[in-house]
Each structure stands twice: as structure tokens, then as C-alpha cells.
Design a protein around this ligand. Structure first.
Ligand SMILES: [Fe+2]
Ligand SMILES: [Fe+2]
Length: 200
């Protein structure tokens, strides 16, 4: 992402609850599992951005933003794979992400609600990822890993705000209300899940 590009700071529209304090020690206790999951989170973030280009090619603003965002995410895949190589860790298959699946079930079918919900669900996943990568950055002992996670957390905050600004432009009158609703639903989804050594 071009860091000079201005993205409005819209995070207050998506009030995510703080992660359960039990998550961080569980994640730190099995960093191999966290990294293995994280690699696929970054891959899926790139694919989600590209999927919006497939669905909404007529939205030039969205096409440009998502192409750049996918570029960021594929760079993150490279960075996480390099971290895993340094640790002598081999990537694993992705066995799915029921957190993201539960959020995607909240996406309404008819347009334009569908586009709004897709943008807000992706904003939510970015926001949650940013929070947890930031928690890892503060707790990791290895300086290289710490720096990487801090930079990734910053990038995911920016991505959250890119999705929120597209949501605002898509549905100026309803995006804030729907963002608050989805934030509340995300809290319920998290509360109903076992805490494990994964990003979500
Ligand atoms: Fe990323
Ligand atoms: Fe991201």
C-alpha cells in the first residue's frame, strides 16, 4: 500500500470488543499453530479483496482499492512464510475458519445490502486481526517477530479503514448502523467459540 495515500480514520464506527484476555497466553503457548493459521488468514484476505473486484468491476474506486489491498496481503503472505522459514516451520493445510464463516452468514443477499455487508464483514475481520496482531507484537520476545507483527497490525488497521470508507461511500445513510450491528454480532460469535492458538 502506498503509505502517502490518505485513508479516513473510521474505526470508531466499528466498536469491536476487546479480545478475551485468555487468548494471548494460549496463542503464545503455540506460536507454530498461530503462524500456520496466520499464513492462510493473509492468503484469504488477498482472495477476498480480489473477489470484490470480480463482483463489482464497475466500481472503479473499489477495484483500485482492492487491487492494492490484495497486493498488501500477498506481501504479508511472503512475510509470514519467511518468518516460518526462519523458525524452521513448514506451512500446513488450511482446515477452514469458522469465525469468518459465521461472519459471512450475516451477509444479506439482495444488493446493495450485500455489498455493504461484505465490506463491513471484511472490515470486521481486519479490525479483529489488527487487534490480535498488535497483542502479539507487544508480547513476543523475538525482536524480528515483534517488528513484523507491529507492522502487520498497522497495515490491518489501515485495511479496516479502507473497507469502512468504501462502506460509507456505498451506503452513506445506513453504514454506521449496520457496522455497529455487525460489531455486536461479532462479539457474540467470539463468545460462542473455544479460544485457540489461532488468529481468530
Ligand atoms: Fe494482512
Ligand atoms: Fe488486511
Amino acid at each position: 500500500m502506498d503509505e502517502s495515500e490518505q485513508v479516513p480514520q473510521l474505526g470508531d464506527a466499528l466498536p469491536l470488543v476487546p479480545s478475551d484476555p485468555r487468548w494471548l497466553p494460549i496463542a503464545l503457548s503455540d506460536l507454530d499453530a498461530v503462524h500456520a493459521d496466520h499464513l492462510h488468514c493473509e492468503r484469504k484476505a488477498a482472495q477476498s479483496a480480489l473477489s470484490l473486484i470480480r463482483s463489482y468491476p464497475e466500481r472503479a474506486d473499489l477495484v483500485a482499492a482492492m487491487a492494492r489491498l490484495a497486493h498488501d496481503e500477498t506481501r504479508h503472505v511472503v512475510q509470514v512464510s519467511q518468518l516460518m522459514s526462519r523458525r524452521g516451520q513448514v506451512a500446513a493445510y488450511d482446515f477452514g475458519d469458522d469465525y469468518a464463516a459465521a461472519l459471512r452468514e450475516l451477509i444479506r443477499k439482495p444488493e446493495p445490502a450485500r455489498l455493504l455487508d461484505r465490506l463491513l464483514v471484511f472490515a470486521t475481520i481486519e479490525g479483529r486481526s489488527a487487534e490480535r496482531l498488535g497483542l502479539l507484537a507487544e508480547a513476543l520476545e523475538d525482536p524480528k517477530s515483534r517488528d513484523l507483527y507491529a507492522s502487520l497490525a498497522t497495515a490491518e488497521v489501515r485495511h479496516r479503514d479502507i473497507f469502512l470508507s468504501l462502506a460509507r461511500d456505498t451506503s452513506p445513510d445506513t453504514w454506521r448502523g449496520r457496522a455497529a450491528e455487525l460489531a455486536a454480532r461479532e462479539a457474540e460469535i467470539l463468545a460462542g467459540r473455544a479460544i485457540s492458538a489461532r488468529i481468530h
